[in-house]
Design a protein around this ligand. Structure first.
Ligand code: NAP
Length: 366
């Protein structure tokens, strides 16, 4: 087996994860031996603009007995991600919306507490999509084993999972990055951004520039190998980028949208490429955000602006495992986790993403 086979099979199912109700059916039967009560977060209401903790509700449910082929998982870590904001809206998208009064879902890591599957034994550490809850009853094909001797469990929720793959495909398949390119990355101190910057260096970028929202994050970026970094909250993103990239930008990895996208178009070189990964500055807007005012420059500069979701690029997971995962495991590529304690703090950890509370991947430890 490939020791770096760390990008999930469950990823292959992305973006069509099992729905919450399939993962943890409402208890119909009481467990005869040991009754397990799970705590879980459900969507209480849909936000209008910025979400609040009132949009979430914490509740207890009794889990059903295991059937053949099922496992009971006790979650230890769960991921909160910006894309979950989109799932709070009742809109058709690349991933199904959360449903009112139904448990939320997302990537989590846990330990098998009980098994009626030949695939898993008690004590195995697994990754799956039934986050936002303390325990989950899963079919054996809804979980995959992870090797915590290679990297800690948190890494499998971030750089050794969807985060790392997003960074890699955004730079390569989408941004068509080449050796010698000048690369600009926004949201650079976050999970995807910090991975993308380091991967760009490994792929031979001439210069990697990052923007982030505090002086501490700017220091963090230069510490992990970004050539230049600036604090967008100092203002004049366009001017700060122009100063950092006097020779222009060849690839822009966009996590933010808005003024950052406009600045990247302004500073792009001819045949520049823009990988549109996220637009977090706009996720809580109540009205559609206006497009970049200078979009017309894309014509004369022959730019490519290309959006993507990682779920459409899972065929590159193997390539990521072979080329990038070993660099993570041997720590040539570094990652940070911001860990918040306690499932009861999960909505707050999620909301912090929109205030820049995290450096690296935001994770909740149960
Ligand atoms: P993250 O960057 O770890 O966390 C979000 C960060 O965004 C915050 O730490 C904050 O950092 C920054 N931010 C929040 N509001 C902002 C604003 N108004 N303007 C500028 N920056 C703001 O999250 P992630 O998981 O790595 O995701 C990064 C982006 O990639 C998101 O847009 C996400 O939706 C997207 N994404 C896309 C895919 C895909 O398949 N296309 C997959 C994963 C993630 P500061 O302190 O720097 O403001």
């Amino acid at each position: 087996a490939d020791p770096y086979n760390v990008v999930t099979d469950v990823q292959e199912q992305w973006p069509s994860p099992p729905s919450g109700s399939e993962v943890v059916p409402r208890a119909q039967r009481v467990r005869s031996s040991a009754l397990i009560t799970a705590k879980q977060w459900v969507l209480a209401s849909r936000p209008d603009g910025q979400p609040t903790v009132e949009n979430f509700r914490f509740e207890e449910v009794e889990l059903p007995e295991l059937s053949d082929g099922q496992i009971l998982v006790e979650n230890t870590f769960a991921s909160v991600d910006p894309y979950m904001r989109g799932r709070m809206n009742d809109v058709k998208s690349y991933i199904e919306p959360f449903q009112i009064d139904e448990p939320l879902t997302g990537t989590a890591v846990g330990v098998v507490a009980e098994s009626r599957s030949n695939k898993f034994k008690t004590g195995d550490t697994v990754r799956h999509f039934a986050g936002w809850r303390t325990h989950a009853v899963l079919n054996e094909d809804q979980a995959e084993q992870i090797d915590t001797s290679l990297a800690p469990a948190e890494a499998y929720l971030g750089i050794l999972g969807q985060t790392g793959l997003t960074a890699y495909v955004g730079l390569t398949a989408v941004g068509e990055m080449r050796e010698g390119d000048v690369v600009f990355i926004s949201g650079a101190a976050g999970a995807v951004g910090s991975a993308a910057g380091q991967i760009a260096k490994h792929l031979g970028a001439a210069k990697v520039i990052g923007s982030a929202g505090s002086p501490e994050k700017v220091d963090y970026l230069t510490g992990i190998g970004f050539d230049e970094a600036f604090n967008y909250k100092d203002g004049d993103v366009n001017g700060q980028l122009a100063k950092a990239a006097p020779d222009g930008v060849d690839v822009y990895f966009d996590n933010v949208g808005g003024d950052h996208l406009e600045a990247a178009i302004q500073n792009a070189n001819t045949f520049g490429r823009i990988a549109m990964c996220g637009a977090i500055a706009q996720y809580n807007d109540t009205e559609p955000a206006p497009g970049p005012r200078n979009l017309g420059l894309s014509i004369g500069k022959c730019l490519t602006l290309r959006g993507f979701v990682v779920g459409q690029y899972t065929h590159l997971a193997k390539e990521f495992q072979e080329k990038i995962a070993p660099l993570i495991v041997d720590e040539s590529i570094k990652y940070a986790s911001t860990v918040r304690e306690g499932i009861e703090n999960m909505p707050n950890a999620f909301l912090e993403l929109f205030e820049g509370g995290n450096t690296g991947k935001m994770i909740v430890k149960f």
